[in-house]
Design a protein around this ligand. Structure first.
Ligand code: SAM
Ligand code: TMP
Ligand code: ZN
Length: 409
């Protein structure tokens, strides 16, 4: 094994299996004219723990560099995701939140996309959100928010002030947090004896199967699977009692943990773990193959974009996603190949993408006039976006996709 580091879950040895090289912060959109020397870069590489099979980044970016007042990602930007979270809120109301005066805590509540529905239903709740800008948006919707990072101390303070939580929930947040020991000690302290910790994050099984290498960037520190989550939970007196594959953000799993022995695990847990073992999703050979696929995608995508440029075709990007920072910077895509990226997020519009410095423009720019090709960086929202942009197809436009392989549709 060449590069190694210590596992942030079990302290075992993590062996590197892929190096994306020097990368910028994925959500640090640059002001035009800013001093390039001020842009922060780090080495993005990913490895596998030989002790607990957790896939994780080799290097950690300090959290305050990523999650701060100006964190640009607003969860409510996707209609599909709004529905997803509203449905979960309804389900929780019917299942885990039926006792007298139930209490739910959400880590990374962002702009309140999930908690708003529970606030409206009069449920006692608290969002813990360190990024001040999005936390303010949540508060303006009537969501009760604490502006801080969740960790052991925060959990103990919440428990002292509000009592135990019946549900602790985190979407696309737990995998962002390297200091897992502090988080799970905090969860154990805050969770009511019969309560559940529910979290949903990109699934290693889907990433490997789809070669979706752009799920790997600074903010995504861990790449969970049922087997690694089960081992992680057990280290903290918790137990994995349910898993559910969910078709969002390119394939996720919703995990449910409870205090060990408090609930009978659903059959789905053993089934998914058996499937993971059979498919060898965390086998070194599988991860080596994943790396080979990533290199092929880079070669094919650059060949396609270069050919289109030679043919005089216009190509723009669609969705200035955090994921796209890995694609543009790892492949070497710049504003010569992709003229601009269209995105609906106010905090991104008018800026340049991290590292690659491709201008981000408002959604209206996409149709003025339509480009010949659109590189769909927000491929996880493909259904919603392709439906919304049917006029682009009708005008002869074509989408470029790059996972699981490079193709034009
Ligand atoms: N839950 C939303 C969703 O699924 O769309 C937001 C996900 S966003 C990708 C990740 C969020 O986690 C950010 O809003 C960030 O500020 C927050 N976050 C990062 N570290 C955190 C921590 N230690 N405790 C609570 N929230 C955290
Ligand atoms: P995500 O993949 O992290 O959810 O980010 C999606 C990005 O794509 C976000 O910057 C918003 C943008 N977006 C659009 O510009 N138009 C759309 O229709 C959707 C769904 C997202
Ligand atoms: Zn480990």
């Amino acid at each position: 094994m060449s590069n190694t580091t210590n596992c942030r879950v079990c302290n075992g040895t993590v062996g590197e299996f892929f190096d994306f090289g020097r990368q910028p912060l994925s959500d640090a959109f640059v002001e035009p004219g800013a001093d390039p020397a001020q842009e922060f870069f780090y080495r993005l590489a990913v490895g596998l723990c030989t002790g607990c099979a957790m896939v994780q980044l080799m290097e950690e970016v300090p959290r305050d560099r990523m999650f701060h007042e100006a964190y640009p990602y607003h969860s409510s930007g996707s209609a599909f995701m709004r529905t997803h979270f509203e449905e979960l809120a309804k389900r929780l109301l019917d299942t885990e939140l039926t006792g007298a005066d139930p209490f739910i805590v959400e880590l990374g509540c962002n702009d309140g996309v999930m908690l708003k529905a529970l606030a409206d239903a009069g449920v006692r709740h608290l969002g813990v959100e360190p990024s001040g800008g999005v936390a303010d948006v949540a508060a303006a919707k009537g969501v009760r928010v604490r502006k801080s990072f969740f960790e052991e101390d925060t959990a103990r303070q919440i428990r002292a002030g509000d009592g135990p939580a019946d549900v602790i929930y985190a979407a696309n947040t737990l995998c962002h947090i390297p200091y897992m020991g502090s988080i799970l000690t905090g969860v154990t302290a805050l969770l009511a004896p019969g309560g559940v910790f529910v979290f949903e994050d990109p699934y290693l099984g889907d990433i490997v199967e789809r070669s979706s290498f752009d799920q790997i960037y600074d903010e995504h520190f861990f790449f969970f699977a049922a087997q690694s989550v089960q081992a992680m939970a057990a280290r903290h007196g918790l137990e994995l009692v349910d898993v559910e594959r969910i078709p969002v953000h390119g394939g996720e799993v919703r995990y449910t943990l409870a205090h060990a022995g408090a609930r009978t695990p659903a059959p789905a847990v053993a089934e998914l773990i058996a499937q993971e073992r059979a498919n060898g999703i965390a086998d070194p050979s599988t991860l080596q193959r994943f790396g080979a696929n990533v290199l092929k995608i880079r070669t094919d995508l650059m060949a396609l974009l270069s050919r289109l440029r030679e043919e005089g075709k216009t190509v723009v990007g669609y969705g200035a996603t955090a994921k796209s920072a890995t694609v543009t910077n790892f492949c070497g895509i710049d504003a010569d190949l992709v003229t601009f990226v269209s995105d609906s997020t106010p905090a991104k519009i008018g800026r340049l993408t991290p590292g690659a410095h491709i201008p981000v423009r408002e959604p209206a720019a996409f149709s003025q006039p339509y480009p010949d090709y659109a590189l769909l960086f927000a491929w996880n929202h493909a259904e919603e976006i392709m439906a919304k942009e049917q006029a682009f197809r009708d005008a002869g436009g074509r989408w470029i996709l790059y996972v699981p392989d490079v193709r034009v549709v």
